[in-house]
Design a protein around this ligand. Sequence first.
Ligand SMILES: N[C@@H](CCC(=O)N[C@@H](CS)C(=O)NCC(=O)O)C(=O)O
Length: 216
Amino acid sequence: MLKLHGVALSNYYNIVKQTMLEKGIDFEEVSAPPSQDASFLAISPMGKIPCLETPEGFLSESLAIIEYLEETHPTPSLLPGDAYGRAKTREIIKYAELYLDGPARRLLGHVIFGAPLSQQAHDEVRPALEKGLTALKRIARFDPWAAGSEFSLADIALLHILGLVLAITKPVYDWDILAQEPELADWMQRAAAREHSQTVMAAQEKVREAMQAKKS
Ligand SMILES: N[C@@H](CCC(=O)N[C@@H](CS)C(=O)NCC(=O)O)C(=O)O
């Protein structure tokens, strides 16, 4: 059986987890935080999560993993039927990873783990996110799903990456992105309402609450 290594707090772990749930794949969750220990680097060479244990070996990088799942479990398909649509889906995922998650992640240590707030990061992240959001709106369709008429890997990736961005921008900047982006807000509501989104987000929320309870 496939084994997913990581923790439910991680948006990238949750992208892979939701992909498996949407596809009805049997899998086991193996609790493993990111680590630079030699034993973990042996299965995930950058020490990041998620990593997927397959009968053929380990795989890291969520995009590589979800593409593997799409190929090995093609039904239900989470990629459009045409090459351009599939490329658009991957384009949206890359934009979300590079231009939304990338900048927002610089403030993650501060928001989640209470690290000191770097003034430079504070000043640079918001304009970077504004640029990323403007770019995303140019390539995503949201009619009703991110890449077009079908729910796809782009919706799963964007849902969990945007979740991280919102968890950071609200406390740091008091910036309510969804209030200023009604189309994105409508899409997010649709995407979050799906059964498997609810399951994955509830597990993440449980970890957040446990961390909060430990702090207080
Ligand atoms: N590009 C990677 C990003 C994975 C990633 O950044 N995971 C975070 C947890 S959400 C992590 O392991 N961070 C620890 C680290 O960067 O060392 C992917 O798509 O899987």
